[in-house]
Design a protein around this ligand. Structure first.
Ligand code: RNT
Ligand code: ZN
Length: 417
């Protein structure tokens, strides 16, 4: 039990509205978030780092990006040392580690190219998730799983199957299920002449990937939709309707990235709809500013509302959480830490909300009191509970963590070429 006086006061304060802060801290300790490895190197990967394509962009020139597996893993360690809790690492297929540094092509990647990631994760008790990489490749220029050229489409189908094998390997070696997320950028800059054709090819490609036969308990395949990409403004084959219908009919897990909808649409409103029909859903938590800009996640209204939905739908074990953003304009370690901690703070805020009481007000039509309570709750002492949660996890719960980032920047990042 804690001696911390501020925490004890906060605990009493929350108890007065029926909230058990101990239960909240306990629940938060159990939430594992899949942290995306690609914040550390601006989505470059370990192949020969050509341009980032696929309609996504990491803007900024902050010094110190990781350029080798050793650097990226060292940076991940640094970030995890400031993030409370036990999490997972989300790896993309172009982060394989090859003999003599010579990459094999995407259709030929094998588990052995990812052994270093397994060793990394196992030495730290982390889980591993995986993603086929359908971008930043010469054969992705005219589409991947929708490509009208059957040979190229097959190349990408084989990439998808290779990734399922690697995901199985991750699950087996870590002893934890591996989520494998499929996202393709395929689309059109300008008005298409055929919208159905690419979608039917996408559907067929997905069926062929999933048809390879795999252990569905060990590998959770998710499909991520999108509304548009840079240079792909007019048409996206894997739209929301396509992805959700596909996931529903094939029994895979739908994945919503909150940057992938029209700017006034909110994922917080979509979570409960999907939970009515899907045993599990997955989220990429990001922050779009005017567009799918993948800014670092902050403790903003929508992040809090999304996590509130997860908690009040009693779905912490049904919603699989991952971060997905890439900011190259600030210290990348800090970007990871701020984003992950923001998701956790949003979860804590949700866990410290008397959902049943508020729902009763809604059901009774007491909308005035509902609004009043929702507003008053905002100034409850959540920060004191957060600091306690961090302390119990051996982490600093306030701005104090940033000193280590500055030291690391001076001693490690600044020395990189
Ligand atoms: C792109 C998608 C996708 C990627 C990663 C790198 O808009 O959000 O999830 O960010 O796969
Ligand atoms: Zn995403």
């Amino acid at each position: 039990m804690s001696e911390n006086i501020r925490y004890q006061t906060a605990r009493e304060r929350y108890a007065s509205i029926g909230i058990d802060t101990e239960a909240a801290i306990h629940a938060l300790s159990k939430v594992s978030i899949s942290m995306h490895c690609w914040q550390g190197d601006d989505v470059r990967g370990f192949e020969n780092a050509g341009a980032l394509t696929g309609g996504i962009q990491a803007t900024g020139n902050y010094p110190g990006a990781a350029t080798t597996p050793e650097e990226l893993m060292q940076d991940l360690d640094q970030a995890f040392s400031m993030i409370p809790g036990q999490h997972r690492v989300n790896v993309h297929a172009f982060y394989g580690i090859y003999e003599n540094g010579k990459p094999v092509d995407r259709d030929a990647i094998r588990p052995e190219h990812f052994k270093a990631w397994v060793d990394y994760a196992n030495a730290r008790g982390l889980g591993l998730d995986f993603n086929p990489t359908f971008f930043s490749h010469p054969l992705a220029e005219n589409g991947t799983l929708t490509n009208p050229d059957e040979k190229i489409r097959e190349f990408w189908i084989n990439h998808g199957i290779a990734c399922i094998r690697i995901s199985e390997y991750f699950a087996k070696e870590t002893g934890k299920p591996c989520l494998m997320n499929i996202w393709i950028p395929d689309g059109m800059k300008d008005i298409p002449a055929d919208r159905l054709g690419p979608r039917m090819r996408f559907l067929d490609s997905l069926d062929r990937i999933l048809g390879c036969g795999y252990n569905k308990e060990q590998v959770l395949v998710t499909l991520e939709s999108k509304v548009f990409g840079i240079g792909l403004e007019s048409y996206t084959a894997g739209s929301a309707e396509f992805a959700l219908s596909y996931a529903t009919t094939r029994g895979i897990v739908p994945l919503m990235d909150n940057g992938h909808y029209h700017p006034t649409e909110v994922v917080s409103d979509k979570i409960s709809s999907l939970l009515c029909f899907h045993p599990r859903i997955a989220l990429h938590v990001t922050r779009g500013v005017r567009w799918d800009s993948d800014h670092v996640v902050r403790l903003d209204d929508e992040t809090m509302e999304m996590m509130k939905e997860v908690v009040r739908c009693n779905a912490l074990d049904r919603v699989i959480l991952a971060t997905d953003y890439f900011d190259a304009s600030i210290n990348r370690i800090a970007a990871w830490v701020i984003g992950m901690r923001s998701v956790q703070k949003a979860l804590l805020s949700a866990l410290l909300t008397p959902h049943a009481q508020l729902a009763a007000l809604q059901n009774n039509g007491d909308f005035t009191e509902l609004m009043m309570r929702q507003e008053e709750l905002k100034l409850y002492p959540m920060g004191d509970v957060w600091e306690e949660f961090c302390a119990r996890n051996g982490k600093i719960g306030n701005e104090g963590w940033f000193d280590a980032v500055k030291d690391y920047e001076k001693n490690v990042l600044a020395k990189r070429s």
